[in-house]
Design a protein around this ligand. Sequence first.
Ligand code: SF4
Length: 347
Amino acid sequence: MNNETYQRIDAITARVLAGETMTAGEGRWMIRLEDDYLPWLMAGADRIRKTFRGDEIEVCAISNVRSGNCSENCSFCAQSGHYKTAAPVYNYIPAEKLVEQAERARAWGASDFGVVSKGWGVRSTKEREQLREYFTALRDHSDIGRCASLGALDQETAVMLKAMGMENYHHNLECAESFFDQVCTTHTYQENIDTIRHARDAGLRVCAGGILGMGESLDQRVDLALTLRELGVESVPLNFLNPQGGTPFGDCEPMQPLDILKAIAVFRYLLPKAEIRIAGGRQFLGDLQAMIFMAGASGVMIGDYLTTQGRQVEDDLKMLEALKLRPRGDTQQRRAQQVQEHKIVWT
Ligand code: SF4
């Protein structure tokens, strides 16, 4: 271990806290730091999180409303119709069940609830009508923030979904552009970027991140964060590959806990003001799960993920309590007010 490395971390931390931007080269240096420096790096990331995101944690949950047999060939996804997997296949769940799930998530402290459907966009009248029913039911029965993840959007569809009552749109870039051809060939990276722009132009809050541990290089992890920064994404979900049998990435080795923490910290340095929320794959942290917040995460997805089970919600809530972190727990409207009052800014 050498003093210069600690000093360089400190100098970058001071600059980021002062509102300056960390360079791509610094990000590439940081993600290669030896594990010995991780506690120091996390201490800096924790200060950045506290400064720009405060001491509350944003909790969200999702419902997989339609599963399996998807037209796309995402190599990590058990729902793709291109692979033989054990993922359940079902059509839209009833709106009453969705509301029940949303209310349960709200009671856990979740501020946002995602309607997630397999597939690549909203294509038919039937799909539009189903989504209208969902958003109407959620608005009538719950004050939880309404999100969705439905694949690619054009401008017209984004505007239509906003008019239906959707507030946030989730659409992951998944990885750096230079790695995307390993992940998917049925749609393009540009379609992902266009979708994010259309959602933003329609006045929706955008939630976009990716999955780490798919075989990408360390530089490509940094590149993903840089692209999200260029796009001004406000909310960044980070997943860590949970290899699914039958998919092309089914034999990948899960990421090591210290590598996960280092990646979270580097994302916090590169995206100081973003809501960095940890989602699928955090079980690979094992006993170190609580450290995601000390590494700079400011949000967490609770409950089950799309095709994999999450941790017991009670355990997650106990973890937040032990860390003296409170779920933000407020909806979009109240949060907007809080942002103003506390001068917390989105990127
Ligand atoms: S990630 Fe989405 S678009 Fe890709 S295969 Fe899975 S459900 Fe389909």
